[in-house]
Every structure is written in structure tokens, then in C-alpha cells.
Design a protein around this ligand. Sequence first.
Ligand code: KIV
Length: 259
Amino acid sequence: MSIRTFRNCKGGEPLGLVTAYDYITARIAQRAGVPLVLVGDSLSTTALGHATTLPATMDMMIHHAEAVRRGAPECLVVGDMPFLSYSTVPDALANAGRFLREAGCDAVKIEGGRNRADTIRALVAEGIPVQAHIGLQPQSVKSTGYAVRGRTPEDADALARDLEAVAAAGAFSVVLEGVVADVAARLSASTDIPTIGVGAGSGCDAQYLVLADLLGLGEGRVPKFAKAYANLADEAVRAIEAYRADVAARAFPDPDHSY
Ligand code: KIV
């Protein structure tokens, strides 16, 4: 899939997309037919154990994006611009360029609406595809918290203006995070670019789910909007316990696993 063909998912059968942060999970996502993988700055919370996404840096994101690219050569790979990496247009160009040049990503994602329209326009003008991200913006947690968006008509209007601004600036798609479901569905119907929901109901053109949540690797800490389709954490604990018991009993390594 290319950025151009991704745009064709608008109005069609919704696509299930995931985040990944390493080679192993990117390979699994590709095998499962996921067309687009996000190297999200949720890396910071999900894989590195921080309380927020703010500690993610460009160097960390590039390191992980390179691994995802190697694991999923056939997927579209989107690099998530971390906190303070796009505060000015020159910073945004330099850092987005690193995602494409060093990590081999196909596009970048940035949080923000009307306030980021100029940045999106500048990136797109340089040939860097941009996925916008409006609604709940985790990088602004210190000023806004994690409040769900679109609960009042005024806030729904503000989201509509953000969406219009990022689409006009040339974003090829937009994430709607933490948005009341019927507002998200209306926003989705009002724009030509694909919308990707996360905590925004089923009315979007695609969905993101953090792979650790989907696979049940989060040790029971799955947020309300996420769903675990497996319980791999418990399965992994069982496997490691079985291995430890075999080692203690000298049943592993057995002759079949020895030279
Ligand atoms: O970092 C992330 O994983 C994200 C998605 C939830 C959209 O931004």
C-alpha cells in the first residue's frame, strides 16, 4: 500500500491498524495483514514504562522506527513526532526528515489542529506525508489532561475547525483520539481524508489499537477504549514458569536440545 492508495480507504470497509515498536511485533503485524503500522510515541508508556509520552525523544523514536521498518517492509510505516520535536517549522522539517531518511518511514504523525496547519503545510511542501492527530492529544497532558473531546457543541465545532485546517494544509489522514463517537462519525463524514479513530467509536475509516493492548500484554491495564483479543501476558508467564520448572528438574536441555 502507498500513501496514495491508503487514501482510497475513505468511506470503505474500515481498516484495523496497530502500533508497533520493534522488529518482532512489526513482523507479526505484517503477517496478520495490517496495511499501516504506527511507531507511536506510546512507546514511552507501553514499552518503556514511563507515565506519559513526554519522555520520548527523536533518537528513541528513530531507533525503534528502524526496527519496525525492518520487520514490516511491506507495510506503510508512520513515525510519530515526539514532544517538542516540531515546535518550529525548521525543527519539524529536520526531525520529520530523519524519520524518512534514517528510519525509512513513509510518513510522520503530528499532534495538533489549527495550531499546526503551517507546520503540516511546510512538511507536505517538502514531500513529507503527514498524518494529523486531533482531539485528545497526549503530548498536551500537562495542560489539558486526558479529557474526552466533543462533549459540548462548542467543542465539537472546535474539532471541526481543526479537522478542516489539517485537511486544507495537506494531511493525508487524521487521527481522532478520545472523541465522542457520534461527533467523530460526523467529523469523518465531513472530510475527504481518511479518519483513524482511537477511542472515537466505529464511525471512522480506520482504527488504531496499541498492539500490547490488543495482545493482552499490558498486564490488565487496558484502557476503556482498547480491547484485548488475546491474553499473551498470562500465556508468557505460563511458558516461563514451565521453562523454569524444566530447568530445575534437569528436563531442559534434554538430548534433543544438546550437542
Ligand atoms: O502513540 C500512539 O500510539 C498514538 C496512537 C494511539 C494514535 O498516538
